[in-house]
Design a protein around this ligand. Structure first.
Ligand code: ADP
Ligand code: MG
Length: 732
């Protein structure tokens, strides 16, 4: 039975669905969906006037057509415009196109012109029938997806532009702080950007340096700052349990049993977290530290504070294997300490047997489980905490946006109730008292005292992908950031080598050498997003190749589609040392700690992101042995490596410092993409560039609090206009 909602509404067409998927729902969303670039279809260029590399529109008669099969199947169409002949080349084509370009027809073709020995060519030009009026404005090309053709989207955008409310949302005195912002209001800017006249500098429009863009970037940054500030202020009104370590409690005990001294950075960050936990507002902190910087023990110490204070702590990792491997050590430390208090650690994972799960759920509900460790199964519907005081999310950037939003919601729901001290009584009894000296919000009026008040748990997120500090400050106005900027002593640096694919044989020799020394090796194959099957074949082939080259050795294979039990079995063999080589497709499962592993081989390293490469490399060099990372690369179709791929590999070879890597990643990719892909799954700043537009950013940071205080209504409209449904994402 279809749901009532589905029958009531007309089913959406494919382009409508695509619009929705792109977040283009309201007229204003469409109006703010700006062109990526423009095509100049206002003119027809003569071939004799065009230069190599120009993108041009030409019109002429088809003089020849053929399908050849060398080097691969392709359609060749010769087009003569009276001044010269160009060969149009299509690798993918339909019979309808062959018909459209039959010999003798006049057509209009638009594309990039290439000159060469064989004469002029154009690859995959856009083709239409000749004749017809030429457009007056430049043709915008919008970011889109396959199901949403440009002409459909163009119409939708123009309709949106006509319907959207574009009235001013920025007060004049705020605008006048930067003079030229007043030159172009939103309506003027948008109308122009969607339909620019052909006399404008295309380059300036496309690289966002045109003055019109200043206005749009300023508005976008302002919306972002307003939304973050709002979230921060809202959080100040929330209440969380005050968590403090107990004298002689598990926090002290853990410090005493740790087999090492904390690094200075760990101590400093530990104190920052302890301070947050001791406040009545929920903590909202990101702990960032390079791979191997020792985040887990910091998390464990935070958990101890919550437990000492009589509250529960939940610890989550993005995958089951990661959860298990990651926290095994932590549980080793904590379980005995908890046991002495009649408490325990609970595990919650998706693959758990019903009975085991039932037991865990009961322990969580009764409060016997002081620490709950697992995947996001930890925050599933049926899990009821007795009193959740602290939630820790490891590798938070690997959780999807939707998962993170759900998690935040669930955390709010899972918060305990805080018994407020009756009016007049200074400090309430026990663990859940309000710290003295904290300002009371309206929610804590005298009448509210003595009653139950909902609390939210404190939240600690951990990430091995450092965000450069300036970026963190401006981008996450709603987040406090702690940084572990020091590695524990005694690490051996990893030597990184770049090798072209044809030197694969040497790598295998090297593996043989490592095995002879009793060491272990990871071999990682890339994730090919478009095709899981291809992805798998790649790894399977490598696995077969290595098995053949290294007879008598156990070579393991790990990929995303294996059942969890099988994955665990393979991991156990590798961890125990019985399996010297592990071939793996998925990056995520490799988040393990095997100190005996001394060689990391990454195949098709050019396809990985910089931070991914860095994380993978961090899997070796954990023991005392000299370790190496080999990046095997191959250029597509025997050509040259792309510029960004080269820059990434070069950065890897030159530095092993995670922050330096992050800085270069930022340089190579730009902050939008850097944060977009990594932190949210959606590019949040579409137009502004935090590095380039720092003046506008400063302006927005200064304007946001004044707007919230003095022009609340305009501020609300502004955020709604720019972020609409997306404002949630900013908080995730
Ligand atoms: P990450 O920050 O990548 O999560 P881990 O917490 O897994 O790092 O720590 C990496 C390794 O370093 C672990 O084996 C951990 O026990 C060890 N370690 C953590 N802190 C210290 C320290 N201060 N001194 C020595 N070893 C430490
Ligand atoms: Mg970790």
């Amino acid at each position: 039975m279809p749901s009532p909602a589905a029958t009531a509404d007309k089913p959406l067409s494919a382009p409508q669905k695509a619009l929705r998927k792109l977040g283009l729902v309201r007229p204003i969303d469409l109006a703010l969906h700006l062109p990526l670039r423009y095509e100049d279809e206002t003119r027809i260029v003569r071939l004799s006037d065009a230069r190599d590399g120009d993108t041009v529109q030409i019109e002429g008669e088809v003089t020849h057509q053929e399908v050849t099969f060398r080097p691969r199947r392709q359609l060749l169409v010769s087009l003569n415009d009276g001044t010269d002949t160009v060969v149009l080349r299509f690798f993918n084509f339909y019979p309808s196109q062959q018909k459209q370009m039959a010999v003798g027809t006049r057509i209009r073709a638009r594309g990039e012109l290439r000159g060469g020995f064989a004469g002029l060519t154009m690859m995959h030009p856009t083709v239409r029938a000749a004749g017809g009026a030429l457009p007056q404005a430049l043709t915008p090309v919008y970011p889109t997806v396959a199901q949403l053709p440009q002409p459909y989207l163009r119409k939708a955008v123009l309709a949106g532009l006509a319907q959207a409310d574009l009235s001013e949302t920025v007060p004049p005195e705020v605008l006048s702080e930067i003079g030229h912002l007043r030159l172009w209001d939103l309506r003027k800017s948008l109308s122009f950007l969607h339909q620019p006249t052909p006399d404008v500098s295309l380059a300036q429009l496309e690289d966002h340096s045109h003055p019109i863009w200043q206005r749009l970037k300023a508005e976008e940054l302002l919306a972002q700052q307003l939304s973050q500030l709002e979230a921060r202020r809202a959080r100040e009104h929330l209440r969380a349990p005050v968590l403090r370590a107990e004298r002689g409690g598990v926090h002290e005990q853990l410090l005493a049993v740790l087999p090492f001294q904390l690094t200075g950075a760990q101590r400093r960050v530990g104190e920052e977290i302890a301070r947050d936990l001791g406040r009545v507002q929920p903590m909202h902190r990101l702990l960032q530290g390079d791979v191997g910087s020792g985040k887990t023990v910091v998390a464990a110490l935070a958990a101890c504070i919550a437990i000492d204070a009589g509250w529960q702590c939940a610890l989550m990792a993005p995958t089951e294997i990661l959860a298990e491997q990651h926290f095994a050590k932590l549980v080793d430390w904590l379980a005995p300490l908890l046991q002495a208090r009649g408490q325990r650690v609970a595990w919650l994972t998706g693959s758990q047997k019903k009975k085991a799960r039932g037991e865990m759920l009961a322990a969580i509900a009764s409060g016997e489980a002081a620490l709950v460790v697992g995947t996001h199964a930890v925050i599933q519907e049926q899990v009821k905490f007795q009193k959740l005081g602290l939630a820790i999310i490891d590798e938070q950037h690997r959780f999807g946006v939707a998962q993170r939003l759900a998690l935040r919601q669930k955390l709010t729901d899972a918060g305990g109730a805080l018994l407020l001290p009756p009016a007049g009584e200074g400090r309430g009894e026990g663990k859940a008292s309000l710290a003295s000296g904290q300002p009371l919000t309206p929610a804590l009026s005298p009448e509210g005292r003595g009653r139950q008040m909902a609390t939210e748990p404190h939240l600690l997120m951990m990430s091995a992908t450092p965000i450069p500090r300036t970026l963190a400050m401006s981008y996450y106005a709603d987040l406090d950031v702690s940084t572990l900027d020091e590695l524990p002593p005694g690490r051996t640096p990893v030597v990184t080598k770049l090798l072209a694919e044809h030197r694969r044989g040497e790598v295998i020799e090297r593996i043989r050498g490592q095995i002879a020394e009793g060491r272990q090796v990871y071999w990682v194959c890339p994730l090919i997003e478009e095709s899981e099957a291809l992805d798998l074949r790649n790894a399977t082939e490598t696995h077969a190749e290595l098995s053949e080259a290294l007879p008598g050795q156990m070579i393991g294979l790990l990929h995303s589609r294996m059942p969890v039990a099988e994955k665990k079995a393979v991991m156990a063999l590798f961890t125990s040392g019985a399996m010297p080589v592990l071939v793996s497709t998925t990056v995520i499962e490799v988040g393990v700690d095997v100190p005996n592993a001394s060689l990391m081989v990454i195949e098709h390293a050019e396809r990985f992101g910089l931070s991914q490469l860095h994380q993978l490399r961090g899997r070796v060099g954990r023991g005392a042995a000299a370790s190496a990372c080999v990046l095997l690369y191959s250029a597509p179709d025997g050509g040259r490596l792309g510029e960004t791929a080269r820059a990434r590999l070069k950065a890897m070879a030159e530095t092993s410092d995670g922050f330096e890597i992050a800085r270069r990643d930022l340089e190579i990719r730009g902050p939008g993409e850097f944060l977009g892909a990594r932190q949210s799954g959606a590019a949040l700043l579409r137009f502004a560039d935090l590095a380039e537009d720092s003046t506008l950013l400063q302006w927005a940071r200064g304007a946001a609090p004044r707007m919230l205080d003095q022009h609340a209504e305009m501020a609300r409209r502004h955020v709604d206009r720019w972020l609409g449904t997306k404002s949630d994402y900013l908080k995730a």
